[in-house]
Write a protein that binds this ligand. Structure first.
Ligand code: ATP
Ligand code: MG
Length: 423
């Protein structure tokens, strides 16, 4: 569906007398025999011409100063195609973004792209590849190579160092030797890239099943030291055997979320303090690292929870029913079990904790894991109690007894409260 629409966009541009090709990542994916996640179109039509052609109501101007217009697909499909005018980029003064852009030929547009495999065009009407950068040859040789002088290209935009690694890992390609040398030389400068862009790269890298290869490359190239110095200090340098186990586990995880993989990388760091409890933004623990990378609150909470609760999983045989249920009630519980089980398998640890958890899950319905509360604060007030510290403690005692299946009715809960108060 989205492919069909991307053909249609090119057809309309060409019909109006412009040049239009598919460009960049989608061409690479097609040549790899994969379905592109999204299609980008490059054209010599200016943004104004693109908006006139498709109509103001069917287009969005997000990056018009960079020559980018979004053309919306049929209503309700959510399909959209990015149409960018062929452009060359002016000087990069800050190593992050160009000072200006100028419209140009397809050849020159190809030159501003990062890697040869990302620098090709495809004409879907004539079904021909337009390759000005040797991308097809590098696809065949399975190489990620910077377009032009690697040192210069990495200097312009330091994020490209992380992108090179991501693509090499994802496609199981090698890094071109000269490109790799440039990255190694400049690794420390990745620090100038905004936290948001680094985090976005890290998300994409860790979501991919070849994440372990990416982390090894980050390490070899000196990039890991810059983006995750704490992990390098606490694990890589402190315990090589453990670090190798972590890398093997990253690989063995298979499909897993960014949060799961990131929690594994941070597993030796302090996660005892949650985001809510920790106000100090400069703290060097799991929450502090997530804050530095400007991860969302939701991501931070999930990662901190995963790291903090790893040790509890291994104590499963001695946990009470209530403790198991509270663990299992968390949204990240299945991710936690997957993570810890995989880690245990890699390190050949005792499988007993997982046998207990599997047994528990077989015998426990979701309603038993998190049943409605037997008592509320309102019930205690009705019993003539005044709200306060005692209140919370009583409700906790009742909840634990309920989760342990020692009580199951409101009357039993009230009796338990009276017993406690009489003591
Ligand atoms: P994916 O979306 O699978 O991560 P992609 O190649 O589509 O891969 P995008 O970030 O979506 O990557 O960018 C689209 C295209 O824009 C790239 O293929 C590349 O040609 C160009 N590009 C993106 N980022 C940069 C950059 N930092 N420097 C130079 N060119 C870039
Ligand atoms: Mg893309």
């Amino acid at each position: 569906m989205s492919r069909q629409f991307a053909v249609e966009v090119v057809r309309q541009l060409v019909h109006a007398g412009h040049i239009a090709y598919w460009a960049g990542g989608c061409v690479r994916d097609l040549l790899r025999g994969e379905d592109p996640a999204d299609y980008d179109v490059a054209t010599n039509a200016t943004p104004d011409q693109v908006r006139d052609l498709f109509g103001r109501r069917r287009t969005l101007s997000v990056g018009e100063s960079f020559g980018v217009i979004i053309v919306l697909g049929p209503k309700g499909t959510g399909i959209q195609v990015e149409v960018a005018t062929f452009r060359s980029e002016g000087e990069y003064k800050d190593g992050r973004r160009p000072e200006s852009v100028a419209y140009c030929s397809p050849e020159e547009d190809a030159q501003r792209r990062d890697f040869t495999i990302n620098g090709m065009f495809y004409d879907p009407l004539a079904e021909v590849v337009h390759d000005f950068v040797g991308g097809q040859e590098d696809m065949r040789r399975k190489v990620v190579r910077a377009i032009g002088d690697p040192h210069h290209r990495m200097t312009e935009d330091k994020l490209r160092m992380l992108r090179a690694v991501r693509f090499a890992a994802k496609f199981e390609f090698e890094l071109d030797a000269v490109t790799a040398v440039s990255i190694r030389e400049m690794a420390s400068q990745v620090i100038v890239v905004s936290a948001e862009r680094i985090a976005q790269e890290l998300r994409k890298t860790l979501e991919n099943v070849h994440r372990s290869r990416a982390i090894r490359l980050f390490e070899e190239l000196g990039l890991l030291d810059v983006i995750l110095p704490e992990a390098v200090h606490e694990t890589v340098n402190a315990n090589q055997e453990r670090w190798q186990h972590i890398l093997e586990t990253l690989e063995a995880l298979g499909p897993a979320s960014f949060e799961t993989a990131f929690a594994l990388l941070l597993c030796d760091l302090d996660a005892t303090v949650s985001r809510r409890a920790q106000k100090d933004a400069s703290h060097h623990d799991v929450v502090g690292i997530c804050r530095r990378l400007k991860l969302s609150n939701d991501e931070t909470d999930r990662i901190q929870w995963l790291v903090a609760h790893g040790p509890q999983v291994h104590k499963a045989p001695s946990l009470s029913l209530a403790e198991l249920k509270r663990l299992a009630a968390h949204e990240e519980f299945s991710a936690l079990i997957h993570l810890e089980r995989t880690f245990s398998q890699v390190t050949g640890k005792d499988p007993a904790p997982f046998e207990r958890i599997d047994e528990f899950l077989k015998q426990t319905s979701p309603n038993q894991i998190d049943p409605p509360e037997l008592l509320t604060g309102q019930d205690l007030i009705s019993q003539g109690l005044k709200p306060g510290k005692m209140f919370k403690e009583l409700l906790e005692i009742v909840r634990v007894a309920q989760l342990n299946e020692e009580i199951s009715t409101k009357d039993e809960a009230l009796t338990l409260v009276k017993d406690r108060l009489d003591r």
